[in-house]
Design a protein around this ligand. Structure first.
Ligand code: ZN
Length: 140
C-alpha cells in the first residue's frame, strides 16, 4: 500500500492528513486502552474529533464490517469445511472477541479518512493544537 493513500492510513491506523501520526496509542491486539483515541494527531495536529458525536457514522461501518466478516467466516466453515452450525457459531464468537477492537479501530480510521484529505506537506504546516476543554490555544 502506498503511503498517502486512503488504504494506507486506514489499515496502518494512521492520521489521514499526514499518514505519520498514530490514531491510537496502543497496538490493536494488545487490548490495552482499546477505545482511547487522542484529541489530535501527535505529528501534524489534525483534530481526530471533527465535531461532537463525530464517530457515530463509524458505528455503521463497523456494523457492515462485522456483518460481512461473520457471514463469510460462518459460510466458509459450514460449506467449505463441513463444520456443524453450532460449532461454526461458537468459533464466530471467539473470532469476534479477537477482532472486536481491530474492527472498531479500522471503522474509525475509515470514517476519519473519508472526511480528511491527505496533505503531503502536512508535517511542514502543523495545525495549531487547541485545548478543546478550555478553548484556549496550547503550545505544542
Ligand atoms: Zn497527522
Amino acid at each position: 500500500m502506498k503511503k498517502g493513500s486512503k488504504l494506507y492510513s486506514i489499515f496502518h491506523l494512521k492520521c489521514p492528513r499526514c499518514a505519520e501520526g498514530d490514531l491510537f496509542e496502543t497496538p490493536s491486539f494488545s487490548f490495552r486502552k482499546p477505545f482511547y483515541m487522542p484529541q489530535h494527531c501527535p505529528k501534524c495536529g489534525q483534530p481526530y474529533f471533527l465535531e461532537p458525536g463525530f464517530y457515530y457514522g463509524a458505528m455503521f461501518i463497523s456494523y457492515i464490517w462485522t456483518g460481512w466478516v461473520s457471514l463469510i467466516f460462518v459460510g466458509i466453515l459450514i460449506w467449505g469445511f463441513g463444520v456443524g452450525v453450532n460449532t461454526a457459531f461458537a468459533l464466530l464468537v471467539l473470532l469476534m472477541a479477537l477482532l472486536y477492537v481491530w474492527i472498531f479501530r479500522v471503522s474509525r480510521a475509515m470514517w476519519l479518512a473519508m472526511n480528511v484529505k491527505y496533505d503531503p506537506h502536512a508535517l511542514d504546516h502543523p495545525l495549531p493544537v487547541k485545548d478543546q476543554a478550555a478553548g484556549t490555544p496550547q503550545k505544542a
